[in-house]
Design a protein around this ligand. Structure first.
Ligand SMILES: NC(=O)c1ccc[n+]([C@@H]2O[C@H](COP(=O)([O-])OP(=O)(O)OC[C@H]3O[C@@H](n4cnc5c(N)ncnc54)[C@H](OP(=O)(O)O)[C@@H]3O)[C@@H](O)[C@H]2O)c1
Length: 219
């Protein structure tokens, strides 16, 4: 598959790009700055540990990544989400778009979830670009573990969508990543719980000085 990472120069975009390229997909790192995207693609190719996988990385503007891809991952901060979608909405029409965005703010050393008026960033994005096939996922999967080829995260990617086929596709992509299991977390509106859980997880990790993630047991 051809996969675009919108805002792919940050830790989460880089990590997801690494895992997707290791799984054999072609990844296009997107950025507001084409040069930064190309440089990031070069860096990822140099650290992936395989010449064959290195050929899977390329970089371009967010608009060109959105235009070229079959599936897009949105990995920008919440503060830039709507402006980004405004600029690439046309290119995303009819495509599966995986929203990883957790709306968070940092107050007095604590992370807090922000509740968007629609209930979740996932639904806000859907309202902005209703022609895309929206999926919300990977909020609780830390970038750090994704970036290391050969790492075994032993974690779950909780995946929400109202589009059954898109949901299955993204669960499949999660299952292809090292040490990750894709879990069906139901309708897109459930993304509000995932987004909120991200704030909780970051605060727990701060208390323990750890890089914990989330795993559902018993299913
Ligand atoms: N970090 C994690 O462990 C993690 C885990 C799960 C989910 N997430 C979610 O993934 C998203 C990205 O996380 P991150 O840590 O990679 O974030 P980040 O480093 O702050 O941002 C990622 C990229 O977004 C672009 N960007 C920054 N500000 C922007 C703005 N105002 N408008 C448009 N683009 C902007 C930048 O790329 P250019 O300057 O190159 O355009 C940046 O490299 C967040 O929404 C976060 O909630 C993160």
């Amino acid at each position: 598959m051809n996969i675009g990472l919108i805002g792919g120069t940050g830790p989460e975009g880089r990590g997801l790009a690494m895992q997707l390229a290791l799984a054999g997909h072609t990844v296009i790192i997107g950025s507001r700055d084409e040069g930064r995207a190309i440089e990031t693609a070069r860096e990822l190719a140099a650290t992936c540990g395989s010449e064959q996988v290195a050929g899977n990385f390329s970089g371009g503007t967010n608009i060109s990544a959105a235009a070229q891809c079959e599936v897009a991952f949105l990995t920008v901060p919440y503060s830039g989400m709507l402006a980004t979608l405004h600029s690439i909405g046309r290119q995303l029409r009819g495509k599966i778009c995986v929203n990883t965005v957790a709306p968070l703010e940092f107050v007095s050393g604590q992370v807090r979830g922000i509740a968007p008026p629609t209930g979740s960033a996932a639904e806000e994005a859907e309202r902005e670009v209703p022609e895309a096939r929206w999926v919300a996922a990977f909020h609780t999967v830390p970038a750090r573990g994704l970036l290391r080829p050969g790492s075994r995260l032993n974690t779950d990617a909780l995946v929400c969508s109202n589009d059954e086929e898109a949901l299955k596709t993204v669960i499949g992509l999660a299952d292809e990543m090292q040490g990750i299991r894709g879990v069906n977390a139901g309708m897109l509106e459930n993304a509000r719980y995932l987004e909120g859980a991200t704030a909780l997880l970051i605060n727990i990790n701060r208390i323990y000085g750890a890089h914990g993630s989330m795993k559902i047991v018993g299913i």
